[in-house]
Design a protein around this ligand. Structure first.
Ligand SMILES: CC(=O)SCCNC(=O)CCNC(=O)[C@H](O)C(C)(C)COP(=O)(O)OP(=O)(O)OC[C@H]1O[C@@H](n2cnc3c(N)ncnc32)[C@H](O)[C@@H]1OP(=O)(O)O
Ligand SMILES: O=C(O)CCC(=O)C(=O)O
Ligand SMILES: [Zn+2]
Length: 444
């Protein structure tokens, strides 16, 4: 008895300690969560083709499909083969590539589309139909009975061809819950591989997502896929809470491109997931390829990588303020939740500015192989700050202030006559980090 009590005390202490370390970490009691066991459906070549700037040639689609496959996405979703003659040919061509990722195509809930889709060689078909009153009234004009009837017909047809079938309701979060659960129950019973929830207008918040996924989980026996638009900035958070609620698959696009301002971005979701499930993410996805993949898509659709993009934004691993720089030099985990090395990237300390501190400057002095006492480093830091009060600095400014000061204190008799660098309005703003980029127009 007393042994048992001791055991209980020890385990209680352990869980209290774990909770104190990270009270917001995953809840171990959350047995439905798929945070450690999720899959990615990349839709850059479907939803991404709906981005205002997109035009993918066949060659570009193939290049992007191969790059996605190398990155390790589980599925690649392609534009409907009924969209155009070339769309169908491109779909067939990508199916012929023999990629590891499964190839899907995305169609309306209609036999005409399904008949074309199954002939392309895809591994699966994603079927969608709007269920909200807006879409039922203004898009396709069909009621829930018609939707159920056509869904059954299409699903049974695709299944008869021996390939995967997913049924999704468009605009799920503005649909009637009873309608939704009824249609999902029906399609689950006839054996779809997945059902999908789509936040088509980006109106959902994480709490609503969690609740809908949890509710849906109790009525279907298949996997749940989720698709989140980013109109109100929740696409990554919604994807994460969907997984917490028990969804298994998330739709992503490289850089989040898609209709309007797009959907959950692949890179941003990787940033979120590597924190939650580091071993799973690092073993499954080739994170070192993320930057090249994003550059490939950014070039194809003629946009820049946003400056504040998770992971690959130009300053995502650049630390500037003196307080941050000191701690980062001592231990990068102080101000970094992501490790740039996991993505094949580098960390920078931006010390050429007036917010710098003597610890950062000391590290530069050491890099330059110069020897100054701490008091001297503090003095030279003040000189750097003085110039930094007048104009933006670059690394050469800082280096020459340090070197001049070093000469001055080492051999006072031959101290240089000139002061610190003059203000020169022609000097580019530079940094001791990655090149500072000026924003280009995002869309044509
Ligand atoms: C939320 C999303 O992103 S869903 C995916 C969007 N993807 C696409 O639209 C793919 C590209 N689209 C296209 O190339 C064309 O719209 C096509 C080929 C699919 C259809 O073209 P058209 O026949 O000229 O029709 P149009 O685009 O004007 O209107 C859509 C038609 O699909 C019907 N429809 C819309 N959604 C659905 C659906 N989920 N299931 C069945 N029918 C649907 C509409 O009722 C309308 O039919 P109508 O011609 O009888 O009015
Ligand atoms: O097929 C789906 O699940 C999503 C379709 C879509 O792009 C959307 O509803 O925004
Ligand atoms: Zn969408």
């Amino acid at each position: 008895m007393s042994d048992n009590n001791e055991f209980q005390k020890v385990t209680e202490t352990a869980s209290v300690t774990a909770f104190q370390q990270n009270p917001y970490g995953p809840n171990p009691a959350d047995y439905l969560s798929n945070v450690q066991n999720f899959q990615l459906i990349d839709s850059t070549l479907r939803e991404g083709e709906q981005f205002a700037n997109s035009f993918f040639t066949t060659e570009k689609k193939i290049e992007i499909a191969k790059a996605l496959d190398e990155f390790g996405v589980d599925y690649i979703e392609l534009t409907s083969p009924v969209a155009s003659e070339q769309s169908r040919k491109d779909c067939e061509a990508i199916c012929q590539l023999g990629l590891n990722a499964k190839i899907l195509t995305h169609i309306r809930c209609h036999m005409d589309d399904a008949k074309v889709a199954v002939e392309t060689g895809v591994d699966g078909v994603d079927v969608v139909i709007g269920t909200s009153k807006f879409l039922r009234q203004y898009s396709h004009g069909k009621d829930m009975n018609y939707i159920a009837k056509s869904a059954i017909e299409v699903i049974e047809f695709v299944k008869s061809k021996g390939i995967e079938i997913r049924f999704s309701s468009e605009d799920s979060f503005r649909s009637d819950l009873v309608d939704l659960l009824n249609i999902y129950k029906t399609v689950s019973k006839i054996g779809v591989n997945r059902v999908g929830i789509a936040d088509t207008v980006g109106c959902a918040n994480p709490r609503q997502v969690y609740e809908l996924v949890r509710t849906l989980k109790s009525v279907v026996s298949c996997d749940i896929e989720c698709h989140f638009h980013n109109d109100t900035g929740c696409a990554i958070a919604n994807a994460y809470t969907a997984l917490e609620g028990g969804a298994r698959l998330i739709d992503v696009c490289v850089l989040g491109i898609g209709e309007r301002n797009g959907i959950t971005p692949l890179g941003g979701l990787m940033a979120r997931m590597i924190v939650a499930a580091p071993d799973y993410v690092k073993s499954k996805y080739k994170l070192h390829k993320l930057r090249d993949l994003e550059n490939l898509v950014a070039d194809s659709v003629e946009v820049n990588i946003p400056f504040n993009n998770p992971i690959t934004g130009f300053c995502a691993f650049t630390h500037k303020a003196g307080i941050h720089a000191k701690a980062i030099l001592a231990n990068p985990s102080t101000y970094e939740i992501l490790n740039p090395q996991d993505f094949g990237l580098t960390r920078y300390i931006h010390f050429a500015n007036r917010l710098t501190g003597w610890n950062a400057i000391k590290s530069r002095v050491d890099q330059l192989n110069l020897h100054l006492t701490d008091e001297q480093v503090k003095e030279v830091t003040n000189k750097i700050k003085k110039l930094g009060d007048i104009r933006p600095l670059n690394i050469d400014d800082v280096d020459s202030i340090i070197k001049d000061y070093h000469i001055e204190v080492s051999t006072p008799s031959i101290a240089p006559q000139r002061d610190s660098p003059e203000v020169d309005s022609n000097i580019d703003i530079n940094s001791d980090g990655p090149p500072l980029k000026k924003a280009k127009t995002a869309a044509k």
